[in-house]
Design a protein around this ligand. Structure first.
Ligand SMILES: CC(C)(COP(=O)(O)OP(=O)(O)OC[C@H]1O[C@@H](n2cnc3c(N)ncnc32)[C@H](O)[C@@H]1OP(=O)(O)O)[C@@H](O)C(=O)NCCC(=O)NCCS
Length: 173
């Protein structure tokens, strides 16, 4: 079944591999105080390691009104699953998340050959979870008080989401 959100109108945007010159932009988002409850931070050497790994991709999304980054991991796992490990836009709450995620899912199911894409989200991040469900992800589980967030000084619940290739655009592109 093709999910209706798969046909979301998209602003012109490009998705490309991140270079070391992008790491400051990425870290500028992952260290933002308003994002820190929802997203982990990794230093430049870790970003470089993921960038050079065959099983990961660090990507930059550039549109007319927003820029973002995302990291895929587990590429090549024999299960066919790929983890959409981390994503953020430089302007949250602007209604552009669907276009961003649609490009990432096309990339994951198309270029990366995923049979399944999964991700997790803080249970205190309703905006991200609303977006994932709108794009067809199913909420597959909850890990209670699982993910320690230094800024909050406590652990938050993690909600696990999954989307199969045949649930996205009728089979990926
Ligand atoms: C997650 C992210 C990419 C989403 O992109 P966005 O452009 O901000 O998302 P949108 O503005 O399109 O909002 C997504 C949906 O959440 C809804 N929403 C917004 N705030 C909400 C709230 N507090 N409760 C419930 N739903 C909410 C919006 O109404 C929208 O649904 P709709 O399209 O049906 O109206 C972006 O917010 C971001 O980068 N956040 C910071 C980092 C982050 O949280 N990353 C995800 C880690 S799992």
């Amino acid at each position: 079944m093709t999910h209706p959100a798969a046909a979301t109108p998209r602003p012109a945007a490009t998705l490309r591999a991140a270079t070391p010159g992008d790491f400051a932009f990425i870290r500028g988002l992952t260290t933002r105080a308003d994002y820190a409850p929802f997203i982990g931070d990794a230093d430049e050497s870790q970003l470089a390691e993921w960038s050079e790994s065959r099983s990961a991709r660090v990507l930059i999304w550039e549109g007319a009104t927003a820029r973002g980054f995302a990291i895929f991991r587990e590429i090549g796992d024999p299960s066919g699953r790929v983890e959409l490990f981390r994503l953020a836009l430089d302007r949250a709450g602007g209604g552009i998340g669907a276009a961003f995620l649609a490009d990432l899912l096309d990339h994951g199911f198309g270029r990366l050959g995923a049979r399944r894409i999964w991700l997790d989200a803080s249970g205190e991040n309703p905006r991200a979870m609303a977006l994932y469900e709108a794009m067809g992800f199913r909420r597959e589980g909850i890990q209670r008080a699982h993910w320690f967030r230094p800024l909050l000084g406590r652990a938050v619940d993690l909600h696990l989401f999954g989307l199969m290739r045949d649930e996205w655009r009728g089979g990926g592109s």
